[in-house]
Design a protein around this ligand. Structure first.
Ligand code: FES
Ligand SMILES: [Fe+2]
Length: 442
């Protein structure tokens, strides 16, 4: 459980909040590059950490991220036109460049010097591996982007999808570091698991359904190890990471596996844009990697990427609202639930969304009863709240802000001797990324 005060501290991310300040220290992924497909394309609405913003691509291809409301009298710059390296407000024609500089105020007489005194709110943006990143922090010299492996890949080695989830960012993220739910909610069952490829890891997970959790602090956040019995002298470890401020990674299965991770980017206090990233360290990603047609995935009704969305709107993230959602009970199939003993909601991602949104937009964590299997969640909260307090009270930068190289890690699924002292040390060869090197998972 969390006190009311700590719950507020963890979940509120708007301007001026402690958790919002923690997040604003980091670059954040905001758009897939092709959402702004060409120079002077249509501007689009972005909502990030409770701030209403407009993204555009100028005539030179540079990305600008401006406050939505024109600094003249507040008309939305969404209606603006991008041309000649500016975004022009359609109301009185004021023009702004990607840095928020006011270039012209055409409705003002020549003696007016408003133009030189006015600036639009603007945030720096950069692009890497087909993703647009924004920095909403205070530093004149922003830090570097995190070296997450998927940000270092050629675009062909990546597949990214997003989905709007109608709950707080921490509530959504906690599902991704909660590996004790996977076999239950997502219905892993022995008779449906196999597509001809033996997955030893699944067998271990099925045979030992009560993993023991160990959590280690790291220089990017947390390594969360779920330990199961393997042989008499060994354990099977599934190791997932929480990386500040909102990234997670999924332990893989099998030889030279495709890898997956998430970013839980707050839209506002009650909505989250969940990024799902699939990548392969040494080859292009195929459709089969993204939506594998294995018996197992068919049984679950779909994989990690949502593929059906409501018709796109111009609202923030308006192209990423799942067709199966809260308003239609996520296409829940009670017959499937009864007969197959699975949840009955199509696709793993929406099963997560359904249970996490069902808690309400911001769950009152005073009502929880946490158990041993919730150890990763407890440590995540403690780590994040500590970062918020250290930043607020001592001005201390959070982990990872100034160490982009700390993010060069992978999730792992490995069999290790029982007598290891630290699972992070024991699994180091699997967890450290090296260009061109990929390891087998158990
Ligand atoms: S409100 Fe934008 S130019 Fe007047
Ligand atoms: Fe899940």
């Amino acid at each position: 459980m969390l006190s009311k005060e700590d719950n507020e501290l963890l979940t509120r991310i708007g301007p001026g909040t402690a958790t919002g300040d923690v997040m604003r220290q980091y670059w954040m992924p905001i758009l897939i590059s092709n959402e702004l497909p060409h120079p002077d394309c249509d501007p689009i609405r972005v909502r990030l950490l409770g701030e209403a913003l407009i993204a555009f691509r100028d005539s030179k291809g540079r990305v600008g991220l401006l406050g939505e409301h024109c600094p003249h009298r507040g008309a939305s710059l969404f209606f603006g036109r991008a041309e000649n390296c500016y975004l022009q407000c359609v109301y009185h024609g004021w023009k702004f460049d990607v840095n928020g500089k006011c270039l012209e105020t055409p409705n003002e007489p020549p003696e007016s010097n408003l133009q030189s005194r006015v600036r639009a709110t603007s945030y720096p943006c950069v692009e890497r591996s087909g993703v647009i990143w924004a920095y909403l922090g205070k530093e004149a010299m922003p830090p570097q982007l995190p070296d997450l492996e998927w940000t270092l890949m050629p675009e062909s080695n990546l597949h990214i999808s997003k989905r709007v989830q109608q709950c707080n960012w921490a509530q959504a993220l906690e599902g991704a570091i909660d590996s004790s739910h996977t076999a239950i909610l997502h219905g892993l069952r022995s008779d449906k698991l196999y597509d001809g490829t033996e997955r030893q890891g699944w067998l271990y997970a099925l045979e030992d359904t009560h993993p023991r959790f160990e959590v280690e602090d790291t220089d990017y956040g947390l390594a969360i190890g779920a330990r199961r019995n393997a042989a008499e002298s060994s354990h099977y470890w599934r190791i997932t990471q929480f990386l500040m401020p909102f990234y997670t990674m999924i332990p893989p299965y099998g030889p030279k596996p495709v890898l997956h991770g998430h970013a839980f980017v707050p839209i506002d206090d009650e909505n989250t844009l969940v990024w799902t990233i699939t990548w392969h360290p040494t080859r292009a990603v195929t459709p089969q990697d993204v939506l594998p047609e294995t018996e197992h995935i068919k049984h679950l009704g779909g994989g990690l990427h949502v593929t059906e969305f409501l018709p796109a709107t111009s609202e923030p993230a308006g192209a990423w609202k799942p067709a199966a959602n809260k308003s239609n009970d996520y296409f829940l199939d009670r017959g499937e639930q009864r007969n197959s003993r699975v949840m009955g909601v199509p696709c793993v991602a929406l099963q997560d969304a359904a249970v996490q949104e069902s808690m309400g937009p911001i769950y009152d964590r005073r009502n929880e009863n946490l158990g041993l299997a919730d150890a990763g969640i407890v440590r995540f909260r403690r780590r994040f709240l500590l970062a918020a307090r250290l930043l607020r009270e001592e001005g201390k930068a959070s982990v990872g802000v100034h160490s982009p190289g700390a993010y060069r890690v992978r999730a792992a699924a490995v069999v290790l001797p029982r007598d290891i002292k630290s699972f992070v040390d024991g699994a180091r060869d699997w967890m450290v990324i090296r260009p061109g090197v990929h390891m087998d998972a158990a």
